[in-house]
Design a binder for this molecule. Sequence first.
Ligand code: ANZ
Ligand code: ZN
Length: 859
Amino acid sequence: DERYDARAIEQKWQSVWERDKLFKVDVQADTPKYYLLEMFPYPSGKIHMGHVRNYTIGDVVARYKRMRGFNVLHPMGWDAFGMPAENAAIANNTHPAEWTYQNIDYMRNQLKQLGFSYDWDREIATCTPDYYRWEQWLFLKMYELGMAYRKEAFVNWCEPCQTVLANEQVEAGMCWRCGKPVRQKKLNQWFFRITDYAEDLLLHCDQLPGWPEKVTTMQKNWIGRSQGAEIRFAVEESDLVIPVFTTRHDTVFGATFMCLAPEHPMVPQLAAGTDQAAAVDAFIERISLQERSAKAMEGYEKEGVFTGRYCTNPMTGRRMPIYTANFALMEYGTGAVMSVPAHDQRDFDFARKYGLPVVPVVNPADGDLDGDAMAAAYTEDGVMINSGEFNGLPNRQAMEGIADLLERKGLGKRAVSYRLRDWGISRQRYWGAPIPIIHCDRCGIVPVPEADLPVVLPEDAHLLDGGRSPLPHLDAFQRTTCPQCGNTAARRETDTMDTFVESSWYFERYCSPRCGDAMFDPAAVRYWMPVDQYIGGVEHAILHLLYSRYFTRVLKDVGLIDYKEPFTRLLTQGMVCKESMSCPEHGYLFPDQARETDDGLRCALCERPVVMGRVEKMSKSKRNVVDPNVLLDQYGADTTRLFCLFAAPPERDLEWSDQGVEGSARFLNRVWRLALAWMPHLAGKAPYSGPPDELQAPWRAVYQKSHQTIEKVSRDIEERFHFNTAISAVMELVNQMYTVEPGSDGAAVMRHALESVVLLLCPIVPHFAEELWQELGHDQSTLFTPWPSFRADALVQDEVTIVVQVNGKLRSRFDTALDTDEQTLQRQALADERVQKFIGSNGPKKIIVVKNKLVNIVA
Ligand code: ANZ
Ligand code: ZN
């Protein structure tokens, strides 16, 4: 069949949009705004289908909201710092900057080919000094306010990448980038005090009705609030005190030993001078090679060593040996655990292994526990025993009494602990924003004066062996004069910032991207922010989204803005999936490495039959990818967009199907042919806009269907972003329109129907729609054409009366919807009791159905 010329039409409209700057927006105080944002891409080389899907969903909403009369901000930019640029630079012997800017140029062009309605005048790349200088500026503010600080800390260290990793970047003990094991290392690091906001971030998780619940739940778990008590244990023969955090202070009478994390600073101090000192040192060294996350701990055998010292249980006066144990985490609570083996399984295992006493303090309702005989810890609630004045009380009740007692005696207090840690932002990497700090031998840490910003990352430097940062070895960068004392031997900080810092405020920058004298223009941010709809991958549910929520709070407390949640609504789109193909000889195959033959698919390299694999997320490693360029060449942007939207609702995974793509192309051509067939009859005809009653069949049905479709599509888009069902509805309307012959009859109704189809499709397939819209005689872009509205009186589904004959005699009649199909009519007739009576027990012999009229039964 003759296909419409997608390439020509798409190029034509893209250049018109660009020439007329149709997507350029500015603050318009008297127009309601809508800020639609998709997560900006990392410029990794070329866009993949995941990007196409993400940005298509966003573009539909942006275009739809524009047609709804909103002033829509829809920006795009580049999350441009980060390690892949360094890795690529090493692999290809280029410079990270060069690689990055080349990719940006290439990918920008790809996005333009997809016809996305971005205001390109607002494009930003986070690796440019005019962007990161404001990040440095904010860093200085945060430093001034104590929100940024430096401390020596154990960090997750990846040896191959020569860098520190955030906890979130460690996946099951391995580096998220290179997949190699991560070890612990102590380094001076910069931190943001995100824990100060733990409570607020948690609280507001429940005030984000526009967010998917799974995302807020993940954030809550990440923040991980625990309520309990802090209890202080005095160390024998010293004035040291060990505070512990516990959620079970009701069990304090049963604490029989103490466990400190191997990294706990008190451990070497305690062991020093005892005959355990050497054993403790060896243990600490060995443990430093293990991954120390709570999750990894579950897999390890619990082990520890005695430090040679004791502390005292403040309730019972019992001597408690102090151990250092691998299951105690320095990163949680106080880094120390009061061990209650009778009621905690980890403690129990440890006690049995090292022969430590087990003293039960909470009895189950149905019997007495015996510490020596117990086979496992008793972790349920019960009644207090061995606990002095609290004996006989339910343990939950005793918890309150014990907390009161601790507070009265100054032995402890009620406390809350969070799993969330402060955000370590130091990276020993080159391709990132320099931290604006100077180290002076005389003055210590000195902030770079605001007037000296930005601290520019030197772009003429080259990575050292193994990708190490050149900054610490680059005199021209490092050597500087101390702004406080004039010391000419001062040195710049050579750590750069975690790239998640850049993505924590880029949405504010978009509001006034060229603002030269501040992070952003306050008036612009006041108008545009918060983002009304944010769209991106669920893989950012914790990291990026939590950091952005945190940064927004920081900006508020610094006094720059007056809201604290950046994203009103969040949509996390599903993955794009495809089945993988492999060859027994050549492993995974790219789609073009499998040849269609008479014997099915064959490996193009060796002719062996191709083995089909599971349907899973498209990835380079599985080679189950589809290159957007191939689709653009073969079908064009509109078909690609249509398929992405039609194949699945946005939040669900999309399974790739070549037939689906072909089907989308066919549908567009079907609309195209319909429009062309009618075009000669529509010239000079205004669209019909009267009541449906004044129309005759079949025009009345077409007219009603048009209004019903407008109603349904509007609802599907507005309420749920269910573009797939919206598209199906338009397809049905098109089917209905095909039931009437093109001619001058009903041309006004057909114009209404056709214009409706074009406008309803226009956020989805914008070039196609623009072209038809122009063909229909309009000279204003669809972009500024109001979204079509429907008439309530056209929504009512017409009913018809169906008569039922049995053996030629009229026996019954019933009302049913117009155009009910034959099978349904037959079922409805046979369900009628009167009819059943006349048919008798032998059942019908033959049934003739005439749609919209009658059912004739021969019995
Ligand atoms: C005594 C006790 C008795 C505990 C008992 C539990 C059960 P959640 O609920 O996850 O917050 N803990 C405290 N700090 C720790 C650390 N740094 N490393 C490892 N474990 C630590 O966990 C709180 C419980 O985890 C605390 O309550 C403490 O053990 C342990 F029958 O204290 B519990
Ligand atoms: Zn100085």
